[in-house]
Design a protein. Sequence first.
Length: 678
Amino acid sequence: NIPVTEAIRRMKYPINREHPFIEVDLNKCIACQKCVRICPYSAIDFKIINKGTPYEYISFSFKDHCTNCGNCVDICPTGALVKKDLKVPYLRTEAKSVKSVCGYCGTGCNLTIWVKNGRILEITGADLPPNYGSLCVKGRFGFEYYKHKDRLKKPLLRKNLKEDFKEVDWDTALDYIAEKLLEFRDKYGPESIGFLTSSQISNEENYLLQKIARVIFKSNNVDCSVRVCHAPSVAGLAATVGTGAACAAFDEIFNTETLFLIGSDPLASHPIIAEKILKALDQGLKLIVADPIKIELADKAHLWLNLKPGTNVPLLNGIAYIILKEKLYNKEFVNKFTENFDKYMHYILSEWEPTIVERITGVKKVFIEQAAYIFATSKRGLILWGLGLTEHRSGSYGVMAAANLATLCGFWGKPGCGAMPLRGHCNVQGACDMGGLPYVLPGYQSYSDSFVKLKFQEVWGSSLSEKEGLTLNKMLERAKAGRMKAFYIIGYDIAMCHSNLKEVWKALENLNLLVIQDIFMPFTGNWAHIVLPAACIFEKEGTFTNGERRVQLFEKAIDPPGEALPDWEILIKLAKKLGYNWNYSSPSDIAEEIGKVWDAWKGLKYYRLKEIGIQWPCLDETHPGTSLLFTSGFPKGKIRLAYPQYIPPLEEPAKEYPFVLITGKRLIHFRCGGKTRR
């Protein structure tokens, strides 16, 4: 019965609140050191001073390179480490646990959301692949944006950009959208309307928007930010091995002997992938890093290739030169699975001698040779890349060059082998899978293929256009010329994110109708006529497909604010206003239809996904999914070795200002900061 003030005075250690997310109370510490062992970054300094004496005490601190992931908090058994934002202590039995998926990067970490009285108390990592309980700072702590005062709560309407927005009801907003879109379709043709999907909404929602475009408006003008970022990955892989998706699971990092990382800084962009790499390094992994910036992983790499920005293709071709010249390639694999090896070898040996590569890339010949020997003499090799490889004029060629290296070494269709991108957003893969592209239907099926077209027409009950759709850049050009009348955009802030922003703004000013569907008012809203309030990931149900083709279910945890609705509900209401009474009662109904038009989704049922995510292709309800592609061959029979060309940048640094700006990822932020800045 001592007073609280006296109890605090008797405490041996003061409570430390200096960490941005974690409160430390060493009075509760039992020195189990679980926090030390779980930290993949060795970021905790823990000591027992004067051990075994009356003066024994614990010294505990976070090192400067702590990433604030919070894994130490979740494993602490006593409450010595607790989350500062968890204001009210609670028993897990008092809260409801909800299965979810992280809405940030393309790793697709599984979450458990703890909810009480309609509020999210905290988020913990679920012990499922690909994260197995681990989370980064954004996944664990970056969730409170859902209750930010800036959330959109009611539909907003203005008939011209000189007016202020007025709150309206859903019927008024959707009636206006439907009237205008049908008017433009009938007066100016289907090509006058553009639809932009998003890597931030579910598979089912992406599917619905492109279906509206193709069925109701007979238009293939469907595009998304995904194509702008990772189209070179899809194109480069499809041109070589025959499919543009990831060939393996992230856990193959533990099965490979050598990892070649190019154009990516996983510690900033994909922290859980970085954790896997760090653990694999402790187990003997050889790491080659190719990056103009000396990223943190370059310090731990066996070889760092500090190439000049934009010279990925010459570097990879130079490595291929050494492999070919020294006959380090896998002759059996090349003879069996490639169709144009002799022509490819002639191209590489005649064009990419290492001294030429050194002059272009700045990487010394000896390091190019070392990279070739390390990679080609490994029994298993894996190549991972990010936007540093793809976002260049020669981005597709960069991916082809990476695929060529894997092919030369026979690194396909086996554990620990392959070449694959690290997807940037939570549903980059899914947005493409669902047909958010102007030149293919869902499942990358061609609308010019008569069999495919017939299948879709039977399921959709509608004829389809074979006219190739416009990419976003072409839509913007048409808008500037006054030939594009309307955009319907979900979760994509093109006035903030796209290149050549002034040209984007000119295009948006020319539109007769711009519809925005989002959780916050984006910068693009400055040119919008209608803004529709959408539910965030915690407020709806659906699936995302992560960067390893793993389709994962997220469930509804809380209600959306005000009159905000899930995107799929908004789109169904809009379709009804447009004269199409689509009979979907839930996202699972939409998923069932996806399985009817794309065989790879046939076995992906919600009752299965409630247990664990499944990697497509999954051909029936008993199929376990496909972790590793190409185990029994390649889609086109053989791999076509590409002839990657080097296309220099349009602009070079001036002699008086010899600098190049390299943009990159920041661990604590995501995209334009729409969620992380709140």
